[in-house]
Write a protein that binds this ligand. Structure first.
Ligand SMILES: Cc1cc2nc3c(=O)[nH]c(=O)nc-3n(C[C@H](O)[C@H](O)[C@H](O)COP(=O)(O)OP(=O)(O)OC[C@H]3O[C@@H](n4cnc5c(N)ncnc54)[C@H](O)[C@@H]3O)c2cc1C
Length: 353
């Protein structure tokens, strides 16, 4: 047995990668997670802003909330030693249509939703606490050998060697990584080619996530967020972060607006100020003229926001694969499903060891 046999490398410290790493670690496997960013979470993130009135305000700029309905992620959170304080959201999600606020879907509102008191980013941070994550390190290519797989950086330097590699990047990025990799001749190369084609078939929506702070208060607890009834409306989702307790009482209003794919694509290259001004215009049509001019705004661009279609985990991960692909491209564009996909990948490694 070579030194690295049994070692697993996970690429990405989003929710899928953290699920995989923790499950492998629980099964007694040695795991390193490689993350290109400085923090864990991927598409789960939180931004903080201190308003001129001194109020510290939070915005979840990626995933908005977690639906709690008996998922494996619920169980994991309950069992965490360093459990984040969950902020349950009691107000419902409504709809907006022609500038009016309408009731939302009852069934969808029945499931409990939560973020964390310090922002949803606390969830991946807590999950990452007991895992060996190497931050600020992008993996640019893999090199397959007879017994193991090397992980290479952009200069071609070898960072790690593992028996199994789990890739959790959004499907198009996973395809690029496989494409840049060196496979052994024959079957292995063919399998990689087929997997790349499958991964390239997964399309993601773009999303401009626009964060806006207004000095005027909107403590209307009849709604937490509004979804566009006409899904073609550019303002697809409008969330009031006050409903999560992210703004001190009577200290203003924090809104997260997510633009739909078409509007996000159209405005993608525009300056942040113009995107925010246009978004505030759409918001004012619903909430009134007080919301036409934010005191502060910021824009997060999600090129791969959520998958519009997915591929089956079993199809893209043929039996015996030593490089496994998971993440929401193989599940659904929801954090609990991405988490499940990480567990599946870990299970594959555990049973084939
Ligand atoms: C705007 C928005 C709103 C959303 N709203 C919700 C919601 O309300 N509820 C919900 O459940 N879900 C929501 N989602 C979806 C949810 O956030 C994702 O499905 C989930 O977080 C995906 O997790 P993941 O681990 O599969 O991928 P990611 O979170 O994308 O994690 C992949 C990680 O891999 C890293 N990485 C990629 N390539 C490399 C490389 N080569 N080397 C090293 N690191 C690499 C990335 O930096 C990233 O950290 C939303 C997503 C967005 C963008």
């Amino acid at each position: 047995m070579t030194k690295n046999q049994g070692r697993v490398a996970v690429i990405g410290a989003g929710i899928a990668g953290l699920a995989a790493a923790r499950a492998l670690q629980d099964a007694g496997r040695s795991v390193i997670v490689w993350e290109q960013n400085a923090t864990a979470g991927g598409r789960i993130g939180t931004r903080a802003f201190t308003a001129p009135n001194g109020a510290r305000v939070l915005f979840d700029d990626g995933a908005q909330n977690i639906k709690s309905d008996g998922t494996a992620l619920d169980d994991a959170v309950a069992a965490l030693q360093n459990k984040p304080h969950q902020a349950f959201i009691s107000a419902p999600v409504g709809l907006h249509h022609n500038g009016r606020i309408l009731p939302g879907d009852e069934a969808s509102n029945a499931a409990r939703k939560w973020s964390c008191r310090g922002g949803l980013a606390q969830l991946p941070q807590s999950l990452a606490d007991e895992v060996d994550v190497r931050f600020n390190t992008a993996i640019s290519a893999l090199r397959e050998n007879a017994r193991d797989i090397n992980l290479l950086d952009a200069s071609g330097d070898m960072l790690d060697t593992a028996a199994h590699v789990i890739i959790t990047a959004p499907a198009p990025q996973a395809a690029d990584l496989l494409d840049a990799s060196v496979w052994r001749d024959g079957e292995s190369t063919c399998a990689a080619t087929e997997r790349i084609a499958l991964l390239r078939g997964v399309e993601y929506s773009r999303c401009l996530s626009v964060l806006l702070f207004f000095t005027v208060s909107c403590d209307d607890d009849s709604w937490y967020a509004l979804l566009a009834r006409d899904r073609e409306h550019p303002l697809l989702w409008l969330a009031r972060e006050n409903a999560k307790g992210f703004v001190p009482q009577n200290k203003g209003t924090a809104l997260v607006a997510q633009l739909g794919h078409a509007a996000s694509t159209e405005l993608w290259d525009e300056p942040d100020e113009r995107i925010a001004a246009q978004t505030a215009h759409w918001i004012a049509e619903i909430l009134g003229p007080d919301f036409a001019s934010p005191q502060w705004s910021a824009v997060t661009r999600w090129r791969h926001s959520q998958p519009r279609n997915t591929i089956d985990f079993e199809v893209v991960n043929p039996p015996g694969a030593r490089v496994l692909i998971c993440g929401d491209g193989t599940a659904r564009g929801r954090a609990p499903d991405a988490y499940d996909s990480g567990l599946k990948a870990a299970q594959r490694v555990i049973v084939t060891a």
